[in-house]
Unconditional design. Sequence first.
Length: 116
Amino acid sequence: MPPITKGLTADIFYRRMQAGLDWIPVRLLALTFALVGDFEEALYAWRDPDRLFLSSQELLQAVVHGALGSGQANGGNGPFEALEADQLTSAEGLIWRAVVLWGVSAGLATALLGGR
């Protein structure tokens, strides 16, 4: 048995592996939502010391609520409440802005680095 899995059950090992693989994409998505949404609220939700050890899903949920301006700093319900019906339109707009940002970034990277 390799030393990294020594003493771990398969379930714990795979959960740790998934958390490790999710770490970078979740932070990139959270940064994207912060850039295209309410940056200050999203950053506050991300860097709040009370939420230091959140799972990737909880972190992303907190940042989305912050980017939509419904975080705790605005007196919202908090980061772990479901989105209300009127917030779904705002969430859709946030997602579309994120898609446009990544599309433009990919296009610029292609044009500058290898679009010959």
